[in-house]
Each structure stands twice: as structure tokens, then as C-alpha cells.
Design a binder for this molecule. Sequence first.
Ligand code: SAH
Length: 340
Amino acid sequence: MDKETILSWLKEEDPKRLEKLWQEADEVRARCVGDEVHLRGLIEISNYCINRCYYCGINRDIRTLARYRMTEEEIMAVVREIVKRGYGTVVLQSGEDPGIKRTWMSELIRRIKGETPLAVTLSLGERNVGDFAAWRKAGADRYLLKFETSNRYLYRYLHPPRQGEEIDRLILLEELSSLGYEVGSGIMVGLPGQTYEDLYEDLSIFRRLDLDMIGIGPFIPHPKTPLGCHPDWLSRSEVPNTDLMTCKVIALTRLLCPMANIPSTTALATVNPASGRILGLERGANVIMPNFTPIKYRKLYDIYPRPQETAPGGEDPLSIILSLGRRPGKGPGNRRRQIF
Ligand code: SAH
């Protein structure tokens, strides 16, 4: 697909013509990764953060937010619940928390790998290569680190460098890959200042990095963040932060990276609670990541405003999967290398 075609799909508004994009994405999804929908149980293990990302509601400048870090025992209890549900993967996510020590995390990973059949995905932000190497050695299978936007100026603005440190997430992704992790990344759609050209670049990077997982969610303003306090910035955005726009990027990602694992994200389900999850799965996605964070912590992992769920795992993912004529994935759900 050439640049003009990609840009014209990104700007397409006609539902009839878009039908063709949805259909193609769904066909490629079925042919290349099949009808299985992989379930990953998400645990948000800490909301401490030393970064100041302008989009994120747990950034270090939000002093009113109570901070938590789950204990090993608390995490293991949730891990056992995820095993009981028959899921193949646990995802451990957090803010950029130096209180998560290398050895503590290594022990936790060893314990999960020793006591359960789960694949372990980490999403703990920007760490040094020593940490990445130790955790890989301890048995971690995958690492998820979104580059958020390929527009360098916008990224630097939204994600101010920590003191004296300019961290390039694209370089970290290459390091993770050479350590043998399955590597995931992704972007937010509809960031203030983001352009269609930027989205085209994002898609090109997905393809160039040959990512194993690609997460795409709409940007959701958080009222306590610099971006959320300036709603007029949003109205000046070229790219809308809508479910439709997000679906277009998901569908194009499936066409350009046919074998990647692509989640139908919680952010997509947040902007369209009635059918966001389903639309993502119908338009290229093949993964869902239900939230298993204990309720008392979940409201504190306040990256963006989201409806409070009451049950672990939230909405019933199994009934969604079956209603689409698909089936829950078996085993860890690694990235496929060959069309089966
Ligand atoms: N500290 C880790 C995990 C952050 S939370 C890291 O930076 O990698 C995981 C993802 O949530 C982020 O990568 C970002 O894409 C998304 N996110 C954060 N704030 C958001 C917002 N306001 N709207 C939509 N997505 C957001």
C-alpha cells in the first residue's frame, strides 16, 4: 500500500467505502492469525511514577493521587485467578517506578514462571538494559513499551525528558528485541498536534520494527493533566480522538503487519463502551486484555478517566468472543511467524 492510499484511508469518512477497509482487515486477520482471540490478564502493579507525561493521569506532578505498589503476595493471588480463568498470559504494568527493584521483579517473574504456565509480559516503562536483561533471564517473555507518537517534537513536548536524560523509546525497543523478548509497542490516536502524516509515519515504524504486538488506543483527556486542562488544544487537532479514527488505524495496522498481535484496547472500549471492544475485534484486532487489578487499586491507576468496573476481568470477554463466532486462544498466544 503506498503513502497516498494510506493517507486517503486515514481521512476517509464515508461509511460505505470504509466497509471495504473493515472487510479487508478482517479477512487478513482471519487468514494470518486465525479466529483465536488471545486473552491477557492485566495487573497494574504500581502507580508510582517519576515521569511527567502531559497526557497521563498518574504522572509525578499529580500530588493529590494516593500511590500504591502491590506486594508479591497480592500479585500472586491475582496471578492464580488469571490461571483459573484459563488465560495464557499475565501482563504486569506500572508507572515508571524505581521502587520496583531489579531483584524483587526478577524473583516475582521466577515465581510466576515456576508456579504457573503463564507467559509473562512486562510493561514497566523505561528501564536500563541491565533490568531488561535480568528480567529476561528470570523468564519474562514479552515487553510492551509504546512509542506513543513518531512525531519527535510532539513526543518530546508531551513526554518531557527526565533530568538530563533523553530516552529514545525506539532504541529501547531494539534492545528489548535483541535480548529475545517479544516486543510490543504502539501509539495514541488523536493527540493534540498529531497529524495524518504522523499517523502514516507511525504505521511505517510498526512495519519497519516488525513488532510482535501493536497497541492502538484513542487519546483520552484527563482533567488533572496539562493536556486535559486545555480542552481548546483538542479542538485544534487534525486527527480526531474517536473510536472510528482508532479503528481505521487498527485496520491499516492489520493490513501492513498481518502477523502481529493487535489488541482491541481498553481505551477504545472507554470511548465507546457499548461496542468499542467488538468493533476493534471486527476490524483487525485479535487480543483482549481484561483488567484484573484489585478494585481498591484500580481507581488509583488513573491514567485516563474510565468507568469503574466491579468484577475482576470486567465485561465478560468470553461472551464477546463467542458472539463474533471466534474462540478464546489456547496457550500463551505467541506472535505467529507463519501463516498456518
Ligand atoms: N509507564 C508505562 C506504562 C504506562 S500506561 C509506559 O509509559 O510505558 C500504558 C499506556 O497507557 C501508555 O503507553 C499510553 O499509551 C496509555 N495512556 C496513558 N495516558 C493516556 C491517555 N490520557 N489516553 C489514552 N491512553 C493513555
